[in-house]
Design a protein around this ligand. Sequence first.
Ligand SMILES: C[S@@+](CC[C@H](N)C(=O)[O-])C[C@H]1O[C@@H](n2cnc3c(N)ncnc32)[C@H](O)[C@@H]1O
Length: 207
Amino acid sequence: MISIEDITADPPGEGVVVDPMAWFASRGPFELEIGCGKGGFLLSRAKDNPDIRMLGIEWANKYYRYAADRMARWQLTNVRVMRTDATHFVANHLPPGCVSVLHVYHPDPWPKKRHHKRRLFQPRFVADAIRALAPGGKWLFQSDHDEYFAEAYALLSAQAELTETDWDALGVAPGPEWQGTNFEIKFARAGSSIHRAAYIRQGTDSD
Ligand SMILES: C[S@@+](CC[C@H](N)C(=O)[O-])C[C@H]1O[C@@H](n2cnc3c(N)ncnc32)[C@H](O)[C@@H]1O
């Protein structure tokens, strides 16, 4: 019987670099979702792909608990949820090249100019995330916010290690029955365009 305690992973102590695969009984590629919210995508991806291991990071305690409870109710063994600041976690606690797919869907846009510095997509974060991606690893990013998407798209597209690729050709998107993440559904209903971009990290294992 999987309990919520089995699903949750504690944030590592200062200076600790984790081995994410040690959290799981079986092997398989490791995927990370940043800002998983209530865990709709995380659940769908982990449930449909028992051969991958997934970590969802969520800062808001309410959503973190909600997501973890959801995974436990589905008795999933291939998913963990952590409550922490993903920026700090990616920069300090992930070994290089461990992430096969990075999912970032509808990161908070912080629309006021004076709050832009709180946005996830900053040069430092992008460099840290690229370091955590495996060679050939994929990065999927989606947003309903025109201006933030354009800014993040420009930043990602300027990275020499990343090559933009066709989202649908990656084979990572859920099947046709997928309705979208909570924010995707909410903003699509309100008439917003949903922008998507996908990248592959260049390089070989010896990089
Ligand atoms: C707009 S919501 C999108 C949630 C979900 N991805 C979706 O599409 O429905 C953004 C989420 O990212 C979380 N978040 C923002 N900054 C974060 C950070 N630095 N680390 C972890 N989670 C973060 C917020 O708490 C929030 O739940």
